[in-house]
Write a protein that binds this ligand. Structure first.
Ligand SMILES: Cc1cc2nc3c(=O)[nH]c(=O)nc-3n(C[C@H](O)[C@H](O)[C@H](O)COP(=O)(O)O)c2cc1C
Length: 254
């Protein structure tokens, strides 16, 4: 039954704001029975609870066309949504491997939302993430590079903010498969962050994303070979952000 977001789970102000942002100001949330069979009380986990609800309307295509903020479908923790990944953690670990041959098929928004949440999503009402950061400084950002442009992932809103209108994949394509693979994630860090910590954080992020890929049957490869200067400029990154690493993702060709 539709209900106001504030009448459901106990949520912090930040989580409520995030959820409102996620909804683009629309307060309608449709509560669904938890696919995992957990009680309604189990949904009292702030943003984690959003994973068990359907938000509407998303107007994703229109927002993208207008180059506005694109809300992503909430992370599907249950694995019920198509292609969301159903392998257990141990099965995903067994399947983890680098892939360098991808089909060009687009990644559905639900899968992209899951992937980004695995890499850098908020998983608790206090705004903490799926990966740890030193002193919880959270100085990382992940960018999505696709044929139709580039976006910064806003994990708090679970949405994409436009960063560039062009296909920047050629700037990443020192290996030719990258120019046609549907998606590359670019991990960036605050220049103020200790470089060792920044590398650790990026490693946690690409491993989370990589394990989601293995779970969902997606291929991925972590890649350090790209034109960093050109990419920094094309993504319009502030001078105080550094590119740490990239990760190309897509459905494996074989
Ligand atoms: C920091 C880092 C940088 C990497 N850079 C590249 C790269 O530029 N191009 C590439 O094809 N693979 C790259 N890889 C992937 C490794 O080559 C790959 O993980 C390694 O060969 C082991 O294979 P596996 O991932 O299938 O176990 C990189 C991996 C890491 C962790």
């Amino acid at each position: 039954m539709p209900h106001m977001i504030t009448t459901g789970a106990r949520m912090t102000r930040r989580a409520v704001l995030a959820a409102l942002t996620l909804l683009g100001g629309t307060l309608v949330v449709t509560g669904l029975p938890s696919p995992t069979g957990r009680s309604a009380g189990a949904l009292e986990e702030g943003l984690t609870g959003l994973a068990h609800r359907t938000l509407r309307p998303l107007h994703t295509g229109e927002a993208r066309a207008a180059r506005g903020v694109v809300p992503l479908p909430p992370p599907d923790i249950s694995g019920a949504a198509g292609g969301a990944g159903n392998k257990t953690l141990m099965q995903a670990l067994a399947a983890r491997a680098s892939t360098r041959s991808f089909r060009e098929d687009a990644i559905p928004d639900q899968v992209l939302g899951n992937l980004l949440w695995a890499a850098w999503g908020v998983n608790r009402p206090d705004g903490r993430r799926t990966v740890p950061t030193a002193r919880n400084r959270q100085g990382m950002d992940v960018y999505v590079v696709r044929a139709d442009g580039a976006w910064r992932y806003d994990g708090t809103a679970h949405a994409l903010e436009p960063a560039a209108d062009d296909d920047l994949r050629p700037l990443l394509a020192r290996q030719s498969f990258v120019a046609t693979a549907p998606l590359t994630l670019v991990y960036t860090a605050s220049a103020a962050e200790d470089p060792v910590y920044a590398a650790m954080h990026a490693g946690s992020m690409y491993q989370g994303a990589g394990l989601f890929c293995a779970s969902a049957g997606l291929g991925n490869v972590v890649r350090a070979s790209y034109d960093e200067t050109a990419l920094h400029a094309a993504l319009r990154l502030p001078a105080d952000r550094r590119i740490i690493i990239s990760q190309t993702v897509g459905w494996p060709r074989n």
